[in-house]
Ligand binder design. Structure first.
Ligand code: ATR
Length: 278
């Protein structure tokens, strides 16, 4: 008789059918020849806590958490990493063998790893960052840029009060700039990021110019459909280095996979194709 239990993990959201995470983790399980399962799990907000605890009882090692549960997951965790606490949201849950629930946020890690992998000379410390948008994704990215040593983060959002709230949360290194002044705020910037949904297929584009950005600036976008957004296209036309947003999604999945299935997975072109074609 075998005592070997197939490790189980998944992604919890509502709805869940659009999630790319099953294809992502499924690709890695196959590639490394691991026995394991990674399942999409739909839980409505009212069923979230009970549903999550049931998964723990059913032997799940952990789950990724997506919309709309990323904040709710903070409230039921027994332990919370600094990144999840400071970002104020959770994307990775660990069910520990002693029955406790650990909460982490690897979105900021994924953002930084994507830039480190694809723009090897990039260094957050080398100048101010400009972050466009002040939603959930922006919170993770502002945290990550400050953690990586950005001296200042300039923050622009259509709804100014959301940018001010985020700036107040992170302190004096975050400076709010006017939505109408985005192009000017690129002056001297080392890192320029779009965290809004503008530029996504079916959405209007983010209308900016890169005339004031220094030649060494790195430009990136969290939108990955299309891979090259009009924002990135314009930056490339101005001669700037760009990194697309798909790698953030891929890299944020690494710590969960490693912890649940015991293998640190690679982010490479095969994985990109598998996820894009899913
Ligand atoms: P997420 O968690 O993915 O960041 P979100 O919290 O809904 O999603 O945030 C979406 C971001 O895109 C916000 O910065 C939003 O600006 P507002 O705070 O002003 O809503 C920005 N955004 C979405 N549509 C926009 C538009 N048409 N013009 C400008 N900004 C837009």
């Amino acid at each position: 008789m075998s005592n070997i239990v197939t490790p189980k993990a998944g992604v919890v959201g509502w709805p869940i059918n659009h999630s790319k995470s099953p294809a992502l983790h499924g690709h890695w399980l196959k590639r490394y020849g691991l026995s394991g399962e990674y399942l999409p799990i739909a839980l409505a907000p009212d069923d979230f806590e009970a549903g999550l605890r049931k998964l723990a009882k059913r032997g799940f090692k952990g789950v990724n958490i997506t919309i709309p549960h990323k904040e709710a997951a903070l409230n039921l965790a027994d332990s919370i990493t600094d990144s999840a606490a400071l970002i104020g949201a959770v994307n990775t849950i660990h069910f520990h063998s002693n029955g406790t629930i650990g909460a982490d946020n690897t979105d900021g890690y994924g953002f930084i790893q994507n830039l480190r992998q694809n723009a090897q000379h990039w260094d957050a410390k080398s100048g101010p960052s400009l972050v466009i948008g002040a939603g959930g994704a922006a919170r993770a990215i502002v945290w990550a840029l400050l953690d990586a040593g950005a001296p200042v983060v300039r923050l622009a959002n259509r709804t100014r009060i959301r940018a001010e709230n985020l700036a107040n949360h992170f302190g004096a290194k975050v400076e709010v700039v006017e939505w109408s002044q985005i192009s000017e705020a690129m002056d001297g910037a080392a890192t320029i990021v779009n965290t809004t949904s503008l530029g996504m297929a079916g959405q209007p584009e983010l209308r900016v110019h890169f005339d004031d950005a220094p030649q060494g600036a790195l430009v990136t976008d969290i939108v990955y459909n299309p891979l090259i957004t009009p924002f990135l296209e314009k930056a490339q036309s101005s001669g700037l280095e760009t990194v697309d947003g798909l790698g953030m999604l891929l890299h944020q999945a690494v710590p969960g996979f490693e912890s649940w299935f015991g293998q640190k997975p690679e982010v490479d072109d095969d994985l990109r194709h598998a996820v894009l074609n899913a």
